[in-house]
Design a protein. Structure first.
Length: 172
């Protein structure tokens, strides 16, 4: 049986989704898992497994006693190591790749968020502003994903704790 090796872009997209979903929502039936699977031509289960492989790299989950699935860790660890201290690059790069897979550009995908960028901005200055807006939007998605999992007060406190602990790793 021929193995279908994950590309770097697919690994980055899975990492993007990993950061947006709480661990409890990483199953193959989650709509976002299904959407990514369809977009990259993988099965829902393959994407769900890849997300749980990323969990095996996550020190916050390890502290909580959650191991993830070690089997794919050696494919995930290099992506984790590359981007864990450069979240700004991860967010922008993953959203750029996602836009390309969706048949658009990052500027079109985030058109509404970029409307008020002055037209006279050019080159590196404009790119910095676009990156900042895209990254702020992605970080907001991550925070909201964790807040949505709060079903009662105790869970809400746990979710906020996770977000607050993730924030220093994800702040731009």
């Amino acid at each position: 049986m021929k193995r279908n090796v994950w590309t770097r872009d697919e690994m980055i997209l899975a990492f993007n989704l990993y950061l947006k979903l709480p661990f409890s929502k990483m199953g193959s039936t989650h709509p976002e898992v299904k959407k990514l699977a369809a977009l990259i031509g993988r099965t829902d289960s393959a994407v769900a497994f890849r997300l749980v492989n990323y969990a095996s790299c996550d020190p916050i989950l390890k502290e909580k006693g959650i191991k993830g699935m070690e089997g794919g860790k050696k494919q995930c660890q290099p992506i984790w190591d590359e981007f864990i201290d450069n979240k700004e690059a991860l967010m922008f790069e993953s959203e750029r790749i996602l836009a390309r897979y969706q048949g658009t550009t990052i500027e079109n995908k985030y058109r509404r968020e970029l409307l008020d960028i002055p037209q006279e901005l050019k080159g590196e200055t404009k790119l910095r502003e676009v990156k900042a807006r895209v990254n702020q939007n992605v970080f907001r998605e991550i925070v909201l994903a964790y807040r949505r999992t709060a079903t009662h007060h105790t869970t809400e406190i746990q979710s906020e704790s996770i977000v607050l602990r993730m924030a220093p790793r994800l702040c731009f």
